[in-house]
Ligand binder design. Structure first.
Ligand SMILES: Nc1ncnc2c1ncn2[C@@H]1O[C@H](COP(=O)(O)OP(=O)(O)OP(=O)(O)O)[C@@H](O)[C@H]1O
Length: 946
C-alpha cells in the first residue's frame, strides 16, 4: 500500500519535500490494511496526474498547508485569484483523512458560486470518492444535517445551521472563502466560530481570500498565522483607459448610445469598450461589470452583433438563467454583462477579457437618518483585483479598467465591511437568536457604530421583534419567527401581520414584490420610450401607493391566462423580475412550510378593483412594518415630506403611484430614500389617520403636525397690484420671503403669487401663519395705496425740455397737476451706498416728511458707470411745492451711515404721452358774477402751435 502512496507522491512537485521533517500529515489517508478499492486508487492517480499537468500554484503548498492546519486551529490562507484555493483545498483535506470525523464546509458569499464549485469539485474528483461525497446547499434549507463530506454552501446557510445546532456537530473543518467581501454573514459567522473554537478544540477554521485584509483577521483570531500561496497560473494584463471618449482607439465606435443612456455615461463607455474588444481582439469571452440589473439589461439590449452571444448576469436572475453564462456557444463570442455578483469565486471558462468601470451600487445605512440609501460608489482595490482575476483562469487574459492607474492607487485598499454599511436589524436579530442578549457588546471583527446598533434595536422594538429588560434585549415570538424566516425584519413582519389578518397569500407576495420593488417597472431607452412606459404605468397605479400597485401588478401577471411575457412587454413590466418574484415566493412558501408550518393558499382575498376593508387592513400592516419610515406632508410641493425620524424634507420620487392621482396624502410610509443626488422617497404608501393614531399617541401626532405648513390665500387682488408686489424679476417677493423667514426663524416659509387666480398664497406653520399674513397683507396694502396714488409725469407735447407743459396723470389719466411754469415735480435721491440701503425704509422716511409722494422709481443701477453708483432713484410729488420741500428737508439727512443728497430733476422725457389723444377740461376764471364757463375738447397731440 505504501508503494501506491509513494507512486502517487512521486513525480509531483513535492517529491523533494517528502523528507522526515516535512512529512507530518499523510497526503492520502489510505490505511494499509484497508480493503483497497483499486479502481478508486486508479482514478486518484489519474487525478494526481491532471493536477500535475495543471500545476495550480496551491499544489506546491499542499503538504505545508495540511501540516499547518493540523497543528493550528485557525489559519488564514491568502493566494492569488485562480491559484486553486476553493476547488483544491477541500479535496486535499478529504484526501488526507484529516477531516475523517466530520464534514468540510466551505462557505461562499453567493449561491451560484457554491453550486458551481461543488459541481467542479465533483467533476475533478469523479470516481475518487463515494457517491454524494460532494454537495451544495442553498440559503433557506437550514434544518438539515450535514450528509456529505464536502459541502459548499452560502455563509447564510452555515449561519442558519449554527443557530439550530450551536455545537456545529458533524463539522470538523470550516472554510470561510472570499473573506475579503466581509459580508454581514461572514462576519457573524467568524464571530460565532471564534466562540465555538474555545469549546471544540478539534474544530478547524480556514479563512481564505486573494485580497482580504489578513492582518485584521489575524488580529481578531488571537494573532493566528497567515499562509501565502504565491504565483498565478496565467497572467492578466491590466490596461487603464481613464477617458474612453477621448481615447482614439475607442472612438471608432459611433457614440450613438449617448442619448439613450444619458444618466450613466459609464454604461455607455462599457458597451463601447466591449464593442472594440469584440471587433479587434482575438477569441475569448468578455465579462463586463455594471452596477445594476437595469444597466445590465440595457447593455444587453444595446450591444448587438451577430457573431456574439450576449448574456446578462445579476442577482435577480433565476439559477437556470444565471447558469447560461457557463454554457459554450461554438462559433460565437460570449459577451457577459454582469453586476458585481460575478466579481468573486466564479470561473467562467472562456473569459479572457474583463471590462471594469470601477463602480458598484451599494446600499448604505446612514446612522444619522436611520435609513438605507442606494448609491453608485467607487469599488476598492481588492474588488478591482477580484474583477481582473475573472480573466486569466484558463489562459492569459486582459483587464480593461476604465479609470487611471493613479485613481486605482487612490481607491480604498479593502472593501468596507458590510456591517458598517447596512441596516443592522437582521444582524442584531441573528445575534440575539444566538443567545447573546448584550448585542451592543457582541465581538464583531469590526464592531459597527454603537449608534447604528441602538438604532437597529429600536427598530426591532418598534416591529415588536425584541423587548428590552434591564438594558438587555431578548427576542419576542415575532422576533423568533423573523429569525426563522431569515429575511429582512420588515418584510418578515409584513408577512406575519398579513397571516394574522387572514391575508396569507397577499403577505408573501407583498414581501416578495417589496424585496424586488426597484426593478418591476421598466423605464429605459429613449425619452419617447420612457414616456410610453410612464403612460403604461398610469393604468396600473393604485391610489393607495406603490406597494398596492406592485401587489396589483403581480396579481394581474399571475391571473393573465395568456402569454405573461407579452403582457409584461405591453405594460412595460420587467418579465424577469416577475419571474424572480415568483422564485422568491416559492422559496418563502417553502421556508414557511418547513420552519413555521404555514401553508399559503392559492387564492387572493384582496382585489385591487374592488375597494374593501382589506385595503384598510393592508395599509395598517404596511404602516406597522414601516413605522420607522414615516413621513408627513409639509403642505407644500417644494418641501415635500418631512421624514419623522430625521426631520429632513424629501420629495416623492417621480415614479410614485400617488402622483398619478395628484394626491399628496398627509401621512405616508416609504421603503427607502434614493439619493441621485437629489433625495427622494421610494416605494411610498398612504397611511390612514386611524391606523396612525393606533400606533402613536394623539399628542405625538399633534406635536408633529405643528411643523406642517398651513396654507392661507389672499384673493381678489388686481393684476397690477400683484405685479408691484412681485417686483422686477420677483425681487420684491424674494425680499419679503427672506424677511418672513428671518422673522419667524423658519426657512420653509414661502409666499407664492398666482397671477391666474389673482391671489397670493402663504405657507407657514400654524404658529406663524397669522404673523405671515399680517406682514404680507400690510405690504399689499402699502402697494395698493401706492398704486392708487401713483402718478405718471409726462410732457403734454413732444419737444424741448421746458417748452411744453408738464402734466401729472393719475389713475384713469386724470390730470392731477398741470405745470405751466418751469417748476419741477421730480427729485433724484443720491446716497453713498445707494444699492445697499433698505428701500422700504427710505420710502417710509420720504413719505413721513413730505406727504405728497406721487411715485418713486428705483434706478436699475449701472455699476460700471461711476456716476451711477450713488444714484438710488427718483421721487415724483403731487405738487411742485412738495418737490421743493423734499429738496429742502431731505438734503443732508443722515441715513444708513451717510447723508442723503436730493436734487431737482426737470423731466427730460421727450416722448410725450403714451396715448394719441386726451380729453381735457379747460376752466378759467371769468366774470365772478356769472360764475365759470366750461368747455370740453378732444385734443390731438401735435407740435405746439399747430
Ligand atoms: N468550472 C471550471 N471550469 C474550468 N476550470 C476551472 C473551473 N473552476 C476552476 N477551474 C480552474 O481551477 C482554477 C482554480 O480555481 P479556484 O476557484 O479554485 O481558484 P481560487 O484560488 O479559489 O480563485 P478565486 O480567489 O478567484 O476564488 C481556475 O483558475 C481554473 O483554471
Amino acid at each position: 500500500m505504501m508503494s501506491i502512496r509513494r507512486a502517487m507522491l512521486s513525480g509531483t512537485d513535492e517529491e523533494e519535500e517528502v523528507d522526515q521533517e516535512e512529512e507530518g500529515v499523510d497526503l492520502f489517508g489510505i490505511v494499509e490494511d484497508d480493503d483497497v478499492d483499486f479502481a478508486r486508487v486508479h482514478t486518484m492517480m489519474l487525478r494526481e496526474c491532471r493536477r500535475l499537468n495543471e500545476g495550480l500554484p496551491i499544489y506546491a503548498y499542499r503538504r505545508k498547508i495540511l501540516n499547518h492546519i493540523f497543528a493550528n486551529q485557525v489559519m488564514i490562507l491568502i493566494g492569488e485569484t485562480g491559484s486553486g484555493k476553493s476547488t483544491q483545498l477541500v479535496q486535499y483535506l478529504a484526501d488526507s483523512g484529516l477531516a475523517a470525523n466530520g464534514s468540510i464546509v466551505c462557505t461562499q458569499p453567493r449561491k451560484i458560486a457554491a453550486i458551481t464549485l461543488a459541481r467542479r469539485v465533483d467533476e475533478e474528483s469523479n470516481g475518487c470518492y463515494a457517491e454524494n461525497f460532494v454537495s451544495s446547499c442553498s440559503t433557506f434549507s437550514c434544518s438539515r444535517g450535514f450528509s456529505s463530506k464536502i459541502i459548499f454552501g452560502t455563509d447564510s446557510y452555515l449561519l442558519h445551521h449554527c443557530m439550530n445546532d450551536t455545537g456545529l456537530d458533524g463539522v470538523s473543518y470550516i472554510i470561510v472563502d472570499e473573506a475579503h467581501e466581509r459580508s454581514l454573514n461572514t462576519d457573524l459567522l467568524l464571530a460565532l466560530i471564534k466562540k465555538k473554537l474555545l469549546d471544540r478544540v478539534d474544530l478547524r477554521l480556514i479563512i481564505m481570500s486573494a485580497t482580504a485584509d489578513a492582518n485584521r483577521l489575524a488580529e481578531y483570531f488571537y494573532g493566528c498565522q497567515t499562509f501565502h500561496v504565491k504565483g498565478r497560473n496565467f497572467p492578466v494584463e491590466i490596461k487603464y483607459i481613464p477617458d474612453v471618449s477621448v481615447d482614439a482607439s475607442f472612438n471608432i465606435v459611433p457614440n450613438s448610445l449617448n442619448d439613450a443612456c444619458a444618466t450613466a455615461s459609464y454604461v455607455n463607455d462599457v458597451v463601447r469598450v466591449v464593442s472594440v474588444i469584440h471587433k479587434n481582439e482575438e477569441d475569448g469571452a468578455i465579462l463586463a461589470f455594471l452596477t445594476s440589473q437595469l444597466e445590465v439589461e440595457w447593455a444587453c439590449e444595446n450591444f448587438s452583433d451577430a457573431s456574439a452571444v450576449v448574456l446578462p448576469m445579476h442577482g435577480k436572475l433565476s439559477h437556470v438563467e444565471q447558469s447560461r453564462v457557463f454554457n459554450s456557444y461554438p462559433g460565437k463570442r460570449k459577451v457577459i454583462f454582469c453586476t458585481n455578483m460575478a466579481e468573486t469565486s466564479l470561473t467562467i471558462k472562456e473569459v479572457k477579457y474583463v471590462v471594469d468601470p470601477g463602480l458598484a451600487k451599494e446600499s448604505r445605512f446612514v446612522p444619522s437618518s436611520g435609513l438605507n440609501v442606494l448609491k453608485v460608489n467607487w469599488i476598492s482595490q481588492s474588488s478591482a483585483n477580484q474583477r481582473a482575476g475573472r480573466a486569466g483562469r484558463t489562459g492569459a487574459g486582459k483587464c480593461y479598467r476604465l479609470y487611471s492607474e493613479s485613481h486605482f492607487r487612490m481607491m480604498e485598499v479593502h472593501q468596507e465591511p458590510e456591517i458598517r454599511k447596512v441596516h443592522l436589524g437582521t444582524a442584531v436579530l441573528r445575534i440575539l437568536a444566538l443567545g447573546v442578549r448584550d448585542a451592543q457588546n457582541f465581538e464583531f471583527v469590526d464592531a459597527p457604530n454603537p449608534e447604528a446598533i441602538n438604532m437597529a434595536l429600536k427598530n426591532l422594538e418598534q416591529l415588536g421583534a425584541v423587548k428590552c429588560k434591564c438594558n438587555l434585549f431578548e427576542l419576542t415570538d415575532t422576533g423568533r419567527y423573523l429569525v426563522k424566516l431569515g429575511i429582512e425584519p420588515r418584510l418578515g413582519k409584513i408577512m406575519l401581520d398579513c397571516f394574522d389578518s387572514g391575508l396569507r397569500k397577499e403577505g408573501v407576495i407583498l414581501a416578495a414584490v417589496m424585496a424586488n420593488s426597484s426593478s418591476i417597472f421598466c423605464r429605459v431607452g429613449t425619452n419617447e420610450e420612457k414616456h410610453k412606459a410612464d403612460l403604461q404605468k398610469v393604468r396600473l397605479c393604485h391610489q393607495d401607493g406603490d406597494l398596492f400597485t406592485l401587489l396589483a401588478v403581480y396579481k394581474k401577471w399571475e391571473d393573465g391566462n395568456g402569454n405573461r411575457n407579452m403582457w409584461c412587454w405591453q405594460n412595460s413590466i420587467n418579465a424577469k423580475t416577475m419571474r424572480k418574484c415568483q422564485d422568491t415566493i416559492s422559496e418563502l412558501e417553502n421556508c414557511l412550510k418547513h420552519e413555521l408550518n404555514i401553508i399559503i393558499p392559492s387564492y387572493w382575498c384582496w382585489n385591487p378593483e374592488v375597494p374593501s376593508m382589506h385595503d384598510k387592513l393592508l395599509k395598517r400592516i404596511i404602516l406597522s412594518s414601516l413605522a420607522g419610515n414615516l413621513a408627513m406632508f409639509l403642505g407644500h410641493e417644494k418641501f415635500g415630506y418631512q421624514v419623522i425620524s430625521t426631520d429632513q424634507a424629501v420629495n416623492l420620487h417621480p415614479s410614485c403611484s400617488l402622483l398619478n392621482y395628484g394626491s399628496k396624502p398627509e401621512w405616508v410610509v416609504f421603503t427607502e430614500i434614493l439619493s441621485i443626488p437629489n433625495q427622494y422617497l421610494v416605494c411610498v404608501t398612504a397611511v390612514d389617520h386611524d391606523a396612525l393614531y393606533a400606533l402613536h399617541s394623539m399628542s405625538f401626532i399633534h406635536q408633529l403636525e405643528k411643523h406642517k405648513l398651513q396654507i392661507k390665500v389672499i384673493s381678489g387682488l388686481g393684476h397690477n397690484l400683484l405685479r408691484r408686489f412681485c417686483g422686477k424679476y420677483g425681487q420684491n417677493q424674494h425680499r419679503i420671503i427672506s424677511h418672513l423667514k428671518e422673522e419667524c426663524r423658519d426657512d420653509r416659509i414661502t409666499v407664492e403669487i398666482n397671477f391666474k387666480n389673482n391671489e397670493v398664497v402663504l405657507f407657514a406653520t400654524r404658529q406663524d401663519i397669522e404673523k405671515v399674513f399680517c406682514i404680507v397683507n400690510g405690504a399689499l396694502e402699502c402697494e395698493a395705496k401706492m398704486l392708487r396714488n401713483e402718478c405718471l409725469e409726462r410732457r403734454l407735447f413732444p419737444g424741448r425740455p421746458g417748452s411744453s407743459p408738464l402734466a401729472l396723470f393719475g389713475s384713469g389719466a386724470e390730470i392731477k397737476h398741470l405745470e405751466l411754469g418751469k417748476r419741477y415735480l421730480t427729485v433724484e435721491v443720491l446716497h453713498q451706498n445707494a444699492h445697499d440701503i433698505n428701500d422700504k425704509e427710505l420710502i417710509f422716511l420720504v413719505g413721513s416728511l413730505i406727504p405728497g409722494v406721487a411715485n418713486f422709481h428705483k434706478s436699475a443701477g449701472n455699476f460700471r458707470i461711476a456716476s451711477d453708483e450713488t444714484k438710488w432713484g427718483k421721487f415724483t410729488f403731487l405738487k411742485p411745492e412738495d418737490a421743493e420741500d423734499a429738496v429742502l428737508k431731505l438734503n443732508g439727512i443722515e441715513f444708513h451711515g451717510s447723508s442723503l443728497k436730493v436734487v431737482p430733476v426737470c423731466s427730460s422725457d421727450n416722448r410725450g404721452l403714451p396715448f394719441p389723444a386726451v380729453r381735457a377740461r379747460l376752466s378759467w376764471p371769468c366774470n365772478p358774477s356769472r360764475g365759470r364757463a366750461f368747455g370740453t375738447r378732444l385734443l390731438r397731440l401735435r407740435e405746439p402751435g399747430s
